[in-house]
Design a binder for this molecule. Structure first.
Ligand SMILES: [Zn+2]
Length: 293
């Protein structure tokens, strides 16, 4: 093996590429081969340059022109997300067990610098195309949670924390659901891992009067705003002794995760923790603002 070639740290989270010299078996692989060769690349570059003239874009992190996320920022984000970490100590509203130990949460990175800019653009600035950049960090965090939080040999259900219907209508897509869909299609999840939307927000008319007149953030923390979807798959998973790993985008106080946890109580599923893309840093962990490159 040639040690001088730097390995791509995200390689294990991408679809396997056939070994060199392997015959191209399917039409899709032939299309892939055509897509990455010289002439097709040149045509794509020309089209990209024309598009940049007609519809100018700039990097969501550093405002450099011609790319939604420029190369240096994408590299910096990947580097910041190489080592998923436990972050439950940063959120004070997480549910606690009988021994007052908070629910374990693993984050792909800290909600700062490039990761914060990309997550914000993906969630709130109508840029679902950025999902491809967020798949490897999320895959790494999910793998870490499966290795350290979930009991071996038992089915694990990845449950996306829902968003309100209003927010979903405004965006036109469900960021966490889209991310999990891409993760599943990338083929990096083990066989025992399933993805299921088991929790939903109650309809607005079911909200209690206590929630009326409060801001969005305050309402999010109010109990009883979510409930479990009583589907056949829920009872089937409970019968198999499945464990639940919640998946969310950003961890701040942990109140949304606590509410999702409460909604699943009594459904017969054991919650083993949560995975998030980014966690807001604790006050003593905040570092200085990175100087502009
Ligand atoms: Zn940039």
């Amino acid at each position: 093996m040639n040690n001088s070639v730097r390995r791509d740290p995200d390689a294990v989270y991408k679809r396997a590429v056939p070994a060199g010299g392997a015959p191209v078996r399917s039409r899709l692989r032939r299309l892939d081969a055509w897509w990455v060769n010289g002439p097709a690349y040149a045509v794509r570059s020309a089209a990209r340059c024309t598009a940049a003239l007609l519809l100018p874009v700039e990097c969501v992190c550093c405002k450099r022109p011609d790319a939604v996320v420029c190369g240096p920022c994408a590299r910096a984000m990947r580097t910041a997300c190489l080592h998923p970490r436990r972050v439950e100590h940063r959120a004070e509203a997480l549910p606690v067990d009988g021994r007052h130990v908070p629910m374990p949460v693993i984050a792909a990175g800290s909600y700062e610098h490039e990761l914060a800019a990309v997550v914000l653009a993906y969630k709130n600035h109508q840029m679902p195309g950025l999902v491809g950049l967020l798949v490897p960090p999320m895959a790494r965090a999910v793998k870490s949670a499966l290795d350290t939080l979930a009991a071996p040999g038992v089915p694990v259900v990845l449950v996306p924390v829902p968003t309100r219907l209003q927010a979903r209508k405004r965006r036109g897509y469900f960021p966490v659901g889209l991310l999990l869909g891409r993760l599943r299609r990338a083929g990096v999840l083990p066989e025992r891992v399933l993805v299921a939307r088991l929790v939903r927000y109650r309809a607005a008319r079911q909200f209690t009067s206590a929630q009326k007149g409060k801001g969005r953030r305050a309402r999010g923390a109010v109990r009883n705003s979510m409930c479990a979807r009583r589907t056949r798959s829920l009872s089937r998973l409970a019968a198999r002794g499945a464990q639940v790993l919640f998946v969310d985008d950003v961890l701040t106080t942990g109140s949304t995760l606590a509410e999702a946890h409460r909604a699943l109580e009594g459904a017969g599923l054991r919650v083993c923790g949560a995975v998030v893309l980014a966690a807001t840093p604790a006050p003593d962990e905040k570092r200085d603002v990175r100087p502009a490159r």
